[in-house]
Design a protein. Structure first.
Length: 190
């Protein structure tokens, strides 16, 4: 082969190879950086969401425990101050709404078979109904001089507690499933 032709071909080939490397090298680095940033953002989202999920679990469990204790107190005829009960219920309501607003701000939507209501909405409705029933019974204590409730009423209140707890668990499971889908990962159940 002609040495001049070889020199020209080698020079053009080297220049072309250098040009491609200078173009695609930084482009490849940029793509890697973007993927790493996306992965880091996704991991940060998952960590925040799991933290909020734990907060929801704790606040809703505390709320139910307060209501469960109130039912037990009514069952044995212990006097319950309506104002203190209302304050406790309002505080738990606020804590739960604050925790769930954090998770919904993280773009986690709680889906349900009914488009208008998810498990969280069902939980909140059940809790509201239970609190209303308890307020009626606590108000009735004043008129009846603190005597134990009849077993039928206690059974109804306990059934409402069980339903609320089922919706609480369904809410936590729904959030966990959505987090798993969004992050393409499996989280340990809390």
């Amino acid at each position: 082969m002609n040495p001049v032709w070889l020199a020209i071909t080698t020079g053009v080939g080297g220049t072309l190879l250098g040009s491609l490397a200078s173009y695609f090298g930084p482009l490849q680095l940029q793509r890697r950086k973007e993927r790493a940033d996306q992965r880091q953002a996704s991991d940060a989202f998952a960590a925040e969401a799991v933290s909020k999920l734990a907060e929801i679990r704790v606040t809703t469990a505390m709320w139910l425990e307060t209501l469960r204790t109130t039912v037990q107190d009514l069952e044995v005829g212990q006097f319950i101050d309506l104002e203190k009960f209302t304050e406790k219920a309002a505080a738990h309501n606020l804590l739960t709404r604050t925790a769930t607003s954090g998770i919904t701000n993280q773009q986690v939507y709680l889906q349900s078979r009914q488009p208008s209501r998810g498990p969280y909405q069902e939980f909140m409705l059940e809790i509201r109904d239970l609190e209303a029933s308890l307020r009626v019974e606590i108000s009735g204590q004043r008129r009846q001089r603190t005597r134990p409730l009849d077993q039928q009423k206690i059974s109804e209140l306990k059934h409402q507690l069980e339903k609320a707890d089922e919706f609480r668990v369904a809410t936590i499971d729904a959030i966990m499933k959505l987090l798993e889908q969004r992050n393409d990962a499996v989280f340990d159940r809390l």
